[in-house]
Design a protein around this ligand. Sequence first.
Ligand code: ZN
Length: 145
Amino acid sequence: MPVNQLPPVAKSFFAFCKKCDADRYHVVVAHTSAKSAKIKCEVCGSQKSYSLPKANGATKGAAKVTRTRASTESARKSSHNAEYEAMMLAQESSKEISYSVKGHFQLNQKINHPKFGLGIVRGVHMDKVEVVFSDEVRNLVHNRE
Ligand SMILES: [Zn+2]
């Protein structure tokens, strides 16, 4: 059942009652339009009109956000690929070393990771290196005794 639909007449649903100052079951007395109904609090008996939240607009908005996120994602990915290729090209002649947690890696070091493949160190921290792999940037441990 779509969320943006009124509960049928005589059905009860949870809504806020101002008079009770609490969430109460309200019985639907009548539909006054496609999006509003007259409802009655089951506890205090007060009647009020209830309108559906504008779910349509919200759904459209959400879809838009998803699309934006998807295109950002692909843009991010292609800029990542460009970065990876540029870095690989720059280090074309340097020798890669096998990754190990006991290794000590420098900036621009070419790393051969058994699982992620070839990568280039983009950032060096005390115990971690930021490595650009063909699919994404990963933080790997190093300097581990
Ligand atoms: Zn009430």
